[in-house]
Design a protein around this ligand. Structure first.
Ligand SMILES: Nc1nc2c(ncn2[C@@H]2O[C@H](COP(=O)(O)OP(=O)(O)O)[C@@H](O)[C@H]2O)c(=O)[nH]1
Ligand SMILES: [Mg+2]
Ligand SMILES: [Zn+2]
Length: 351
């Protein structure tokens, strides 16, 4: 998108960001959106120009936090170095092992997470719920897109099931090959809206992109996301303007965002169960066989769905286990230099 001129709203600028800058700010600096992050640098785009910003540069160190794809920066008009990172409207993040406090930002200012699944045996409420936790944790609106509606007799049955996941959740069934059918997603793909697509391989994400954009630019089927060792083939995260005018953020590895990083999202997705659990007699109630368990009571009286309660428990346990594994990894990393030191001393003695 380097040669073209864009207006700031086309890049996703809106009142949320506008409110953060004064006319004084704009005398010396201009807003730019981060369109690419790579190991040593980020690329940020003003309406007219793209700027390559080395991350190791002193200019960047003045920022409170490292910018990520989707971020809005104020760039100094002369040096083109960032002077401020604007407050984020939403943020996918992960905790980097080895650093004790700071979460590593993955993608910022995404408006919509399209959670893509198919109307077939791929459809799985627990998996959708997992992605829902991720969206809620990041503060991004989730939209469930159920593809391959043309291959089943009653796609509405799938829709109804998905709608039970969360009150008011947007669920759409589509035939990804059919432009008229995909029109139901138009609202979220308008110019200046930032979207991420998430879903298992083969569910029809690329097909959707082509149909939404009226192109065959995106290659279906054969796209290799990982190399032979299962590593992602790219560490690049990028944002680009689609033909529809929406901004697509491509974040390899978003599926590997672990749930320990979205405990808040789990609590939001299951807020009704969390509220019940607060009524349990024991503060550390496991909601299995304890006396005075408000969750068990609600299950018995049919007020809670057993599948949801089970998945809630499972996701929280997984989150706790993953957090523990991460803590262990950190302890090891902390201890390693000391250990190395001991080894070299011993070697010296032996000589
Ligand atoms: N019948 C039907 N086939 C679809 C639909 N969406 C995708 N497909 C097919 O499913 C396969 C995988 O689609 P693709 O877009 O590559 O999936 P991705 O891995 O999620 O990007 C391709 O053969 C598509 O033609 C749909 O809504 N209906
Ligand atoms: Mg694909
Ligand atoms: Zn309980």
């Amino acid at each position: 998108m380097s040669e073209q001129q864009y207006s700031l709203p086309q890049l996703g600028w809106n009142s949320f960001f506008e409110k953060q800058v004064t006319s004084g700010d704009l005398e010396a600096a201009e807003p730019a959106r981060v369109t690419l992050t790579h190991r040593g640098h980020v690329v940020a785009r003003t309406g007219a120009e793209e700027h390559l910003i080395p991350i190791a540069d002193k200019g960047l160190l003045r920022l409170a936090e490292q910018p990520t794809v989707g971020d809005w920066l104020l760039l100094d008009k002369t040096t083109h170095l960032p002077v401020r990172l604007l407050e984020r409207r939403s943020l996918f993040k992960r905790k980097a092992p080895g650093t004790d406090t700071k979460a590593q930002p993955i993608a910022a200012n995404v408006d919509t997470l399209f959670i893509v699944s198919s109307c077939n045996q791929e459809f799985n409420l627990n998996r959708l719920e997992r992605y829902l936790c991720l969206a809620l944790d990041a503060g991004v609106e989730p939209v469930i897109v159920l593809t391959k509606a043309d291959t089943v007799g009653d796609p509405d049955e799938f829709r109804r099931q998905a709608e039970t996941l969360w009150p008011g959740l947007a669920v759409r069934t589509v035939n990804g090959h059919d432009a008229a059918s995909v029109e139901t997603l138009r609202h979220w793909c308008e110019p200046g809206r930032t979207v991420v697509l998430l879903g298992s391989s083969g569910v029809g994400k690329t097909t959707l992109l082509n149909t939404i954009n009226g192109t065959d630019r995106y290659k279906t089927g054969a796209v290799r996301e990982k190399d032979d060792k299962g590593r992602h083939t790219t560490t690049t995260r990028s944002l680009h303007i689609m033909e529809s005018g929406a901004l697509l953020v491509d974040v390899p590895g978003i599926r590997e965002l672990h749930l320990y990083e979205c405990e808040e999202g789990i609590r939001l997705a299951f807020h009704d169960i969390v509220e019940r659990a607060e009524q349990c007699r024991f503060a550390d109630c496991g909601h299995r066989h304890e006396p005075g368990c408000a969750v068990t009571e609600a299950l018995e009286s049919g007020c809670l769905d057993p599948r949801r309660v089970e998945n809630f428990q499972k996701l929280l346990e997984e989150a706790a286990e993953a957090a523990e594994a991460l803590a262990e990894q950190r302890r090891k990393q902390r201890d390693r230099p000391r250990y190395k030191g001991m080894v070299s001393k011993k070697r010296k003695k032996r000589k």
